[in-house]
Design a protein around this ligand. Structure first.
Ligand code: 9MG
Length: 278
């Protein structure tokens, strides 16, 4: 397995699992005092996540939750870019990621110095792969069935693990053909993106089927609705369930865990590394 991820001007050591902290800059996240104060509050939160041990900060300006409405590229850029620029200045050692599918946003984010591009659509939008290939950034290729507006209506697979793996293999191959080397790729089964509770269970249980390959695996399980279904808890009270999921994923080979509750997840992954002797 590749254990050094190339993220533009930085590299990330993945011999042990690391945490990607979630920094949403959608209007429901930091909107109290207008755009400038919202960006300042977002940067302060990002710096807190870094202090707690996040190796990557993933900044997102468009919600990908089930039912979420799309956002125009200009508006997404207005939300994301000031936060990327300020965080990059304040924490130049940290890998900054932008969660987007749009080539316009990719180009602006690359210009502002991000090291990772996280796309829930695996760079299938017209122009997205070309924009990503032209950067030196790492790419996270995620599987999703359908799109965020309708993906949870009726997810259906014959064999979810095989189908997710085949999709990710095909996207990795498309990246290689576009000139992106494997040292710049992460793959992600996309927990909760067009998956039932049973599909998520099979993917988590059989994560090794993905992690046994060449490319490192990223997982996003934090506060997701299936954690709520299993624990009976609202999104703000899903820390324990999310950390339990993160530990199972890391024991099954995940190298990057996307999380809201960074301190608790970093502690839990330290225990996993200790057990694994890494
Ligand atoms: C943006 N986003 C929300 N959930 C995610 C997940 O599970 N993986 C990745 N890569 N991105 C996600």
């Amino acid at each position: 397995m590749i254990t050094t991820l190339r993220c533009a001007d930085k590299t990330l050591d993945l011999t042990r699992p690391v945490v990607m902290g979630v920094l949403n800059v959608t209007p429901d996240s930091f909107s109290d005092g207008g755009r400038f104060l919202a960006a300042e509050a977002a940067v302060a939160h990002g710096l807190r996540l870094i202090e707690e041990g996040a190796s990557i900060i993933d900044i997102g300006g468009e919600s990908t939750r089930p039912g979420a409405a799309p956002v125009e590229p200009d508006e997404e850029i207005r939300r994301v870019l000031p936060v990327v620029e300020r965080l990059r200045k304040a924490a130049p050692h940290v890998v900054i990621s932008v969660d987007t599918s749009k080539p316009e946003v990719i180009r602006e984010a690359v210009g502002a110095g991000v090291g990772l591009l996280n796309d829930v659509r695996a760079f299938q939008e017209p122009g997205a792969l070309e924009a990503a290939a032209a950067s030196g950034c790492a790419l996270c290729l995620m599987h999703m069935q359908g799109d965020p507006r309708t993906m949870q209506d009726a997810p259906s697979y014959v064999d979810v693990v095989k189908e997710v793996k085949a999709f990710l293999d095909a996207r990795a191959q498309a990246c290689r053909l576009a000139g992106i080397p494997p040292e710049r790729l992460l793959i992600d089964p996309g927990f909760g993106f067009g998956k039932t509770l049973e599909h998520n269970r099979e993917l988590l249980r059989d994560l090794r089927m993905l992690a046994a390959g060449e490319l490192p695996v990223l997982v996003g399980l934090s506060r997701k609705s299936f954690v709520g279904k299993l624990t009976g808890r609202p999104a703000t009270e899903r820390l324990q369930g999310s950390v339990a999921m993160a530990v199972i994923a890391a024991l099954n080979g995940a190298r990057v865990v996307r999380a809201h509750d960074v301190a608790a997840t970093v502690d839990a992954l330290r225990i996993v590394s200790w057990v694994e002797g890494s």
